[in-house]
Ligand binder design. Structure first.
Ligand code: HEM
Length: 494
């Protein structure tokens, strides 16, 4: 109302005196800017008042300059200071329908390949994983009683599980393609970590260091895509709609169906089908490989540091599974000590300390605070897992905290290694199967010991996309074997 009447007055004066009118216009613009600025400040202040408490930071960058490399540790300090729900100005981004379509599609296909806890199909996945577990045990038995770095053996076995599901490919440990592939992924994760601030302030992507990193990422991505392209071409040559072998085949079938129905222009929002497919393959591979390998490494670190806990797992396996076979998924309900050991290592290591960035589409009110539409919401997994109000002595390794009074496994709602809500981990079922089968089989076949002159691995992790343990070595002492395991060892000796 005030501004409208101001404009009317100005128009009249300008009509009679053109020289003065310019000055008046200038004054008007200044006054209008002041009014708008004051309005903006009022709106901002009232918005800030409704936000959860948090640090102010500095203009433009907000709190970003204070976060540093150890984001999760810094956020944990803020959570201690400001409470479970706090805000820090960093930026904003929204997700779109393409993600939803891809997630729905992948979820359904992964279930078809056995990523399910129910029905007959669960054995499909178990069989795929056990092929790799057995192969790993055979390889490890050739290095038993020698100081060994488990990381490279686990890398290839875990990669083979996910590669098999995605594109029916297996690698051998010495395969130069596999080594290069692994190197590209590791470098990609390191480079992404280096330039993560671009997500919040896109303008800084043009700084020389960031341009270099972005160019390297693009070059590496192209090299990986060349490999995927070859795989897709091979799948196209051998495609049979009645025998869908893996995720690549499932995508090819979907594209063929969309073409037949005349809606291929709509598929993946009309984006290039092959590029979409390759991106999904790349994402699934990196999400499904690094996480499992890292958790298995932490399991070994904790077993080295707590031989009594390892002994309890082995005693339980001997009693329930016996010495004639390897553990199976159907044994899980009878192996609470083994299961809670895995859960406790997942809690205490929180290998994915921050979940992905979520973003509400409209304003959301929580505990009286308003989270504005489009703001970043980052669940702090490790803060929740280390909260002394939720866990008794959270710094201590104690698998029995997951056991109830009757000795049954109990997972509280605030145990969230796979995140929460609609963006919860897509691979949680596969992850739980893999962790159980790999860990229990290694424990059943070997005792993990620290080689002479090797330091005990510490708990301070290396920060990348996941938090992984520092390099360490183990001695694998074989455990007395019968039938199935004995045959496996004979194979290794041959
Ligand atoms: C110990 C193993 C794993 C852990 C701790 C883990 C953890 C997580 C977490 C915390 C998220 C983000 C969830 C959120 O933002 O709320 C996530 C997302 C995701 N994970 Fe996992 N994950 C594991 C294994 C796997 C495996 C084996 C796969 C392969 C199929 C996988 C595929 C994915 C995908 C595709 C997403 C993105 C989901 C989306 O954005 O909709 N993860 N994971």
């Amino acid at each position: 109302m005030f501004i409208d009447s101001y404009i009317v007055g100005l128009m009249r004066k300008e009509f009679f005196d053109p020289l003065n009118a310019r000055k008046t216009l200038l004054v008007f613009c200044c006054a209008l800017s002041c009014v708008l600025f004051v309005q903006y400040i009022f709106r901002l202040l009232s918005q800030i008042k409704k936000l959860p408490p948090g640090p102010w930071g500095v203009p433009i960058f907000g709190y970003l300059t204070f976060i540093g490399h150890e984001k999760h540790t810094q956020y944990m300090k803020l959570a201690k200071k400001y409470g479970a729900l706090f805000s820090a100005k960093l930026g904003a981004q929204l997700t779109g329908p393409l993600w939803k379509d891809q997630r729905r599609f992948l979820h359904e296909k992964l279930r078809n390949f056995g990523m399910t806890v129910l029905g007959n199909k669960k054995h499909l996945m178990e069989n795929r994983i056990m092929t790799e577990v057995t192969e790993l045990l055979v390889t490890l038995s050739s290095v038993e009683n020698k100081s060994t770095d488990l990381s490279r053996y686990l890398s290839v076995s875990v990669s083979n599980v996910i590669c098999n599901i995605i594109m029916s490919v297996r690698f051998s440990i010495e395969d130069p393609k596999f080594k290069r592939f692994n190197w590209l992924i590791e470098e990609g994760m390191r480079l992404f970590g280096e330039i993560h601030t671009i997500d919040y302030i896109p303008q800084i992507q043009y700084l020389p260091g960031n341009i270099n990193a972005k160019n390297k990422i693009a070059k590496n991505r192209e090299e990986m895509f060349d490999f995927y392209r070859e795989i897709i071409e091979e799948h196209k040559r051998t495609f049979n709609n009645n025998n869908i072998r893996d995720i690549v085949d499932a995508y090819l079938a979907e594209i063929e169906k969309a073409q037949a129905e005349g809606r291929d222009g709509e598929l993946f929002e009309g984006k290039d089908h092959e590029i979409q497919m390759m991106q999904v393959i790349a994402d699934l591979f990196s999400a499904g490989m690094e996480t499992i390998k890292t958790t298995l490494l932490w399991l070994n670190v904790f077993m080295l540091r707590h031989p009594d806990a390892m002994q309890r797992v082995q005693d339980e396996l001997d009693q329930v599974v016996g010495r004639n076979r390897l553990p199976k998924i159907e044994d899980v309900p009878y192996l609470p000590i083994t299961e809670t050991t895995i859960l406790e290592v997942m809690r205490i290591s929180s290998i994915v300390p921050l979940a992905t960035t979520h973003s509400p589409k409209s304003d959301v009110v929580i505990n009286g605070y308003t989270i504005p539409a489009g703001s970043y919401v980052v669940p702090l997994i490790n803060s929740v897992h280390m909260d002394p109000n939720l866990w008794d002595k959270p710094e201590q390794f104690n698998p029995s905290r997951f056991l109830d009074a009757e000795g049954k496994v109990h997972k509280p709602d605030y145990f969230i290694p796979f995140g929460v809500g609609r963006r919860r981990c897509l691979g949680d079922v596969l992850a739980r199967m893999e962790l159980f089968l790999f860990f229990s089989s290694i424990m059943h076949t070997f005792t993990i010991e620290l080689p002479e002159d090797e330091p005990m691995p510490g708990l301070k992790g290396i920060i990348g996309v996941t938090i992984s343990p520092q390099a360490f070595r183990v001695n694998l002492r074989p455990r007395p074997l019968h039938t199935e395991l004995a045959n496996m060892h004979t194979m290794a000796v041959c």
